[in-house]
Design a protein around this ligand. Structure first.
Ligand SMILES: N[C@@H](CCC(=O)N[C@@H](CS)C(=O)NCC(=O)O)C(=O)O
Length: 256
């Protein structure tokens, strides 16, 4: 069996969700950060233009939910799916909610003001952690890139307040679902926690704040502020820390 290979971009909660899964299950794997040509490469691999993509047992799997389902089957231990049918149903429903409601709204809530006030900064933030050439390649397109990105992700200025409200409602829902427990479903870390906790707005806001402060982009992972002072409960973030503490990864050479 080939070592699984993850194509990903650093600044993305969907990608983070799969990185957490690979680390949680301690699956030896390689990672490759894509650059400005991610769209065409993703389309060729899976027929859809999004990352993450995992190459597993000769298959290219797109969509974080499908990737986790495949990993759960191939590497069942430790499980991210609860054994009990009702709990599994609830965990998958929460995963879907955080992916389909919170994820896009959070992306829009962060990116919309950046595009409005500083498209170049938006480009720097979105290419955080990519090879430097990615920003250099996209920089000449800075006037049209926001329109492309908004179209891709159905983002508009007029929806900003609604997107923020969705983010706040989701943060409230995490607290309601947890009911004071450490995890969202039962007493163990599940796919619901992976989906919720990787939506933590803090890392994204940190990077944006650090980049806007003129720090080098590699420093942008290490400083900054919470969004509206809110962050997820620590108990939902058992894997926070350097990848080295949990990882089995080998970063492949970046492509662009
Ligand atoms: N439902 C998908 C969403 C993935 C997604 O939206 N990925 C974004 C990164 S956050 C992406 O690839 N965006 C690039 C684009 O659409 O151009 C999943 O769970 O994997």
């Amino acid at each position: 069996m080939d070592t699984p290979l993850l194509w990903h971009i650093p600044l993305s909660h969907f990608n983070e969700k799969v990185r957490w899964t690979l680390d949680y299950k301690r699956i030896p794997h390689r990672r490759q950060v894509l650059g400005a040509d991610y769209l065409i490469r993703a389309w060729r691999a899976t027929g859809r233009g999004t990352l993450p993509i995992l190459f597993l047992d000769g298959r290219a799997i797109g969509d974080s939910t499908h990737i986790i389902a495949a990993l759960e089957e191939r590497y069942p231990e430790p499980p991210l799916y609860p054994g009990d049918a009702a709990a599994l149903h609830r965990a998958l429903a929460l995963e879907d909610y955080f992916d389909e409601q919170l994820g896009p709204a959070l992306r829009a809530a962060i990116v919309t003001p950046l595009f409005r006030h500083d498209p170049d900064l938006a480009l720097r933030v979105l290419t955080t952690g990519m090879p430097d050439k990615a920003y250099q390649t996209l920089r000449p397109l800075v006037r049209i890139f926001p329109a492309f990105y908004r179209f891709r992700h159905k983002i508009s200025d007029s929806k900003l307040e609604a997107e923020r409200a969705i983010v706040n409602a989701a943060l409230d829902r995490i607290e309601q679902e947890r009911q004071g427990r450490a995890y969202l479903v039962g007493d163990a870390f599940t796919v619901a926690d992976a989906a919720a906790a990787t939506r933590d707005p803090v890392p994204a806001a940190r990077r944006a704040a650090a980049v806007s402060a003129g720090l080098p982009r590699h420093a942008a992972t290490a400083s900054g502020h919470a969004v509206d002072g809110r962050r997820l409960p620590a108990a939902s973030r058992p894997l926070r820390g350097s990848p080295a503490t949990v990882g089995c990864r080998v970063d492949a050479a970046a492509s662009v």
